[in-house]
Ligand binder design. Structure first.
Ligand code: NAD
Length: 504
């Protein structure tokens, strides 16, 4: 084992450092003989302190004018954007994600904070109606302390989607990142917190025990969870006990439907390659099943192989030429390899994609060679499960009906895409796909927009991040009503006659 500039880190709450629990080591997934850092986990007592500190800080934070909070969030987000180049190498080393993508996470923190700051006053404005039915005020109020549970694949983006709107709307928040990629996100959130009143943003660390202590805390008023099904189920059991509301952002098995009229030119094929293989396929909204017209199957495969040869370059994520790093953990690598082996034993063919940098030895880390999987059975695990790795099954279909029904034959409903030269046709097909998002002629990050609400249906979750909806989710309505005609309940209508229901 070699140790190259290993960082030592724990959580924080107000001015207090947290980390009296177990110490976890994290290796560099691209060079597994290198320890990136040691993480001091938070004890359940420390998690409780973080929540209590956030609750206390919320008393004054929630009373600030919304414009004041918005500007504080904008400035704090900009400060994170300013340390992008400093933190990108640390994120690349702990996660295995290419360095430019890592810097993009810090840039996202600034951009999303600015979007929230621009929108929050309008989105959460009081609605006041004064008419014959009386005076109605619908106010938007914060929940209180938000618990954010975050996975490793985009740790800062997925934290900021919760932190910026939660804070701007007057909540305070405690974040628990994943121990798989805890360091850069903690540094970034420390920078953010240094521009905010003490205690409004805290970070705790650890595995399920710390997460359970956080979501189960009686002073937590809302849980925002992003991750997989096992963690989601445990969190929901806990929230059922405390009746705590949730937003759940879970996994997907996105279908990319190529319609028969599509011109798959070089640019489109490269967009498709990144749509599937960005961050080694470890993106919730990556293309995870490619549905192609049967009579264009071979052509599509050929064009994709050529495009991948140009744009997918495996190697050390710190090398600027590299676009595909390792997967994050040994467990992930073994699971993905198992899915491919199972498909091959069922008669599928594997077509490797891309290339590596000169002299790079993939055996140094948790590398999985990007590949297309052809001819897998429709019910093979590689088709029906979220792979979360750089492999893409190609499924042939006979007509548009079958394409839509194959896309919808999934327990998941996160994102999807429809590709066509005819945009009207693509939008019409998109409306028939069961998903929270359908991209047109792109997939994954290239299709994301700050203003477009994002989240799943079916087993992909509920609630929304991004867009105005991603701000509203951190508020609850408070209706204050003076009826136009005050009646005694004894009139037999329960006091509702004449003013309650439209059409009465
Ligand atoms: P995971 O569920 O293993 O971990 C997510 C977080 O939950 C981590 O912080 C983990 O420590 C915590 N956790 C685990 N068990 C817990 C428990 N019992 N109580 C409280 N917290 C607990 O997920 P992962 O492997 O880190 O992430 C991969 C999954 O996340 C994939 O399925 C991916 O699709 C999904 N994801 C979804 C979105 C989205 O926006 N829908 C975005 C990114 C990732």
């Amino acid at each position: 084992m070699t140790t190259v500039a290993a960082v030592e880190m724990g959580g924080f709450s107000g001015t207090r450092q947290l980390g009296g629990g177990e110490v976890l080591e994290r290796e560099n997934p691209a060079r597994t003989d290198e320890i990136v850092g040691r993480l001091s986990c938070s004890t359940p007592d420390e998690v409780s302190v973080a929540v209590q500190t956030a609750a206390a800080a919320g008393r004054s934070w929630s009373q600030l004018d919304v414009a004041e909070r918005a500007e504080a969030v904008r400035a704090a987000g900009a400060a994170v954007g300013a340390v992008a180049e400093e933190l990108a190498p640390l994120l690349a080393r702990e996660l295995g994600k290419p360095r430019a993508d890592c810097a993009g996470e810090m840039g996202f923190a600034a951009a999303w904070s600015a979007f929230v700051a621009d929108r929050v006053a309008d989105v959460c404005a009081d609605r006041l109606v004064d008419d014959a039915q009386g005076r109605l005020l619908v106010a938007r109020e914060p929940h209180g302390v938000v618990a954010a549970i975050v996975p490793w694949n985009a740790p800062l983006i997925l934290s900021m989607l919760k932190v910026a709107p939660a804070l701007a709307t007057g909540n305070t928040i405690v974040v628990k990142p994943s121990p798989v990629a805890p360091f850069a996100v903690t540094r970034a959130l420390e920078v953010l917190a240094s521009h905010l009143p003490p205690g409004v943003l805290g970070v705790v660390h650890g595995e399920a025990e710390a997460g359970a202590a956080l979501v189960g805390h009686p002073q937590v008023a809302k849980v925002a969870f992003t991750g997989g099904e096992a963690g989601a189920t445990a969190v929901l059991h806990s929230c059922a006990e405390t009746l705590t509301p949730t937003v759940m952002e879970l996994g997907g098995n996105d279908a990319a439907i190529l319609l028969d009229d599509l011109t798959l030119d070089a640019a489109a094929a490269e967009r498709l390659a990144f749509g599937a293989f960005l961050n080694s396929g470890q993106v919730c909204m990556a293309a995870k099943r490619l549905l192609v017209p049967r009579d264009r199957h071979d052509e599509v495969v050929e064009v994709l192989v050529e495009a991948a040869g140009r744009v997918l370059v495996g190697g050390d994520p710190l090398d600027p030429a590299v676009t595909v790093g390792p997967v994050a953990t040994r467990v992930q690598r073994d699971r993905i390899s198992g899915l491919v082996e199972d498909a091959v034993s069922g008669g599928a063919t594997v077509i490797p994609l891309g290339r590596t940098t000169a002299d790079w030895d993939p055996a140094r880390g948790w590398f999985v060679e990007p590949a297309l999987v052809l001819g897998a059975r429709p019910d093979a695990p590689v088709v029906v499960q979220e792979q979360f790795g750089p492999i893409l099954p190609v499924v042939a279909y006979d007509d548009e009906e079958e394409a839509v029904s194959l896309a919808n034959a999934s327990e998941h409903g996160l994102a999807s895409s429809v590709w066509s030269d005819d945009v009207e046709r693509a939008f019409a097909v998109a409306r028939r796909v069961e998903a929270g998002t359908t991209f047109v002629n792109c997939h994954n990050r290239a299709g994301m927009s700050l203003r477009a609400p994002f989240g799943g249906i079916k087993r992909s979750g509920w609630g929304r991040e991004f867009g105005d909806e991603g701000i509203l989710g951190y508020t609850r309505t408070h209706a204050v009503h003076l009826p136009g005609a005050l009646r005694a309940a004894a009139d037999g209508t329960g006091g509702l006659a004449g003013n309650a229901y439209p059409g009465q």
